[in-house]
Design a protein around this ligand. Structure first.
Ligand SMILES: Cc1cc2nc3c(=O)[nH]c(=O)nc-3n(C[C@H](O)[C@H](O)[C@H](O)COP(=O)(O)OP(=O)(O)OC[C@H]3O[C@@H](n4cnc5c(N)ncnc54)[C@H](O)[C@@H]3O)c2cc1C
Length: 406
């Protein structure tokens, strides 16, 4: 599509000719709305395939959830929803688990592909239990994972102590998921963006998309002083996804869930794994810099009026006390900082991937709560969909239209 075509397109009702004259006009094969990990990965895979792609980010690359998360690389059914929702839900989650595992495979090769050290380490994840009921639940979860060929096992306290001598005397055993690990969100997301730009993607930061409008044969984006036309749009705008989908005629039930993470002072390396606790929300890992990152989805607050995420001191205290319960050594350590971000959820806690119903030209992507892990695979799948290629995966369980009323 040429720029001349773009400037002759018909604007909506009431748009003045002057409006068009004042604006710069750009055209792409595919536009990506949102510069988090999903958007940057999508732009990279699109540009690598030779598509003309423009990515528009309202702030800076990775400035929202993708740059504020805890950097865990997950590869198991998350224990908290398993406890809360039960086995039927967990069975329904198995296709999403396969996506996480596919993404973990990409993560393992990513540093070579992106030419950047993003601190990927995959020593496995330990889900600690300190009573028999927790261990029984872990056993049921592990059995489900093994049924579909996912590497996962239950280990005894003796085996655990060999791997994690720092755990509390109250811990009886653990689930072990060997594929899990961590990466550094603050370097991984910009590395994707840089590689996308090198492959030819046009990346625009501080460029908020104000409106999206369907157009014959494409989509029109309105930005301050800029109109953008594209054949397809990939909407990966996190907490604004619901709004963007609604503007194209399909309301989507995306929840906004502020959560927080804390970091200790740097310590010599002593935690090799991603650590969870079956009794309460917790993720814990040690970054290469030595800081221990303490998270697990404890709720943050939001500022009234702006919705900006703020640390909740009560959550911070509760989160740290769970960490101390399983890793007593942390009692001697200072927590230096804590920060908050907005996570996004769906009613069934499954991803949303695919075209908006009745609007084949806009494709949405959201992986609730674990979108950092899922980002690379989501990017590849969304790029395939935008290019009309078969991503080679059954995306039926994730179709955005599943929430539409009959
Ligand atoms: C505290 C916390 C800890 C987490 N920990 C983990 C973890 O350890 N492991 C894990 O796998 N996941 C974790 N997550 C979840 C993970 O961070 C997210 O699922 C993931 O980052 C989502 O990436 P995204 O690119 O889809 O969305 P986002 O990162 O939210 O990116 C969306 C982007 O769209 C932009 N945007 C929105 N509206 C517009 C507009 N109008 N115009 C232009 N741009 C727009 C935003 O500015 C933003 O940059 C955590 C989340 C939080 C909040």
């Amino acid at each position: 599509m040429e720029l001349s075509e773009c400037s002759t397109m018909r604007l909506g009702e009431g748009a003045a000719a002057a409006d068009l004259a004042e604006r710069v006009c750009r055209a792409y094969d595919v536009v990506v709305v949102g510069g988090g990990i999903t958007g940057c990965a999508t732009a990279y895979y699109l540009a690598r395939s030779g598509a003309r792609v423009g990515l528009f980010e309202r702030f800076e690359i990775g400035s929202e959830a993708s740059g504020r998360n805890a950097g865990s690389l997950h590869g198991q059914i998350q224990f908290e929803p398993f406890k809360r929702r039960g086995e039927a839900w967990a069975r329904g989650f198995l296709p999403a688990l396969q996506l996480l595992l596919g993404s973990l495979e990409l993560w393992r090769a990513l540093e070579g592909e992106l030419g950047a050290d993003v601190e990927v380490k995959a020593n496995g994840g330990l889900l600690l239990a300190d009573n028999a009921a927790q261990l029984r639940l872990i056993e049921r979860k592990v059995a489900l994972e093994r049924e579909v060929g996912v590497a996962s096992e239950v280990i005894s306290r003796t085996e655990l102590i060999d791997m994690a001598p720092y755990v509390s005397a109250s811990v009886l055993g653990a689930g072990f998921s060997p594929v899990e690990g961590k990466a550094n969100p603050m370097t991984a997301v910009p590395a994707f963006a840089r590689k996308a730009a090198e492959a030819g993607a046009a990346i625009f930061t501080r460029s908020p998309v104000l409106a999206l409008e369907p157009r014959a044969g494409g989509v029109l984006l309105r930005l301050p002083g800029l109109l953008v036309r594209a054949e397809r749009a990939v909407l990966v705008s996190g907490d604004q996804l619901a709004e963007h989908a609604a503007s194209l005629g399909t309301p989507l039930p995306v929840s906004r869930e502020p959560a927080q993470v804390a970091a200790t002072e740097p310590l010599e390396p002593f935690i090799d794994h991603l650590v969870y606790f079956a009794g309460e929300r917790l993720t814990l890992k040690q970054a290469r810099a030595g800081t221990v990152l303490i998270g697990g989805g404890w709720p943050a607050r939001t500022e009234q009026g702006t919705g900006y995420p703020l640390v909740d001191p009560a959550s911070l205290r509760a989160n740290v006390s769970v960490a101390l319960h399983v890793v007593p050594r942390l009692g001697e350590v200072l927590v230096l900082r804590s920060w908050a971000g907005i996570g996004n959820g769906t009613p069934d806690e499954l991803p949303m991937i695919g075209p908006l119903p009745g609007e084949g030209r806009a494709i949405v992507g959201l992986f609730p709560y674990m979108g950092f892990t899922a980002g690379p695979l989501m990017g590849r799948v969304l790029a395939d969909l935008a290019l009309g290629r078969d991503p080679g995966l059954d995306l039926t369980p994730f179709r955005p239209g599943r929430f539409a009323s009959p």
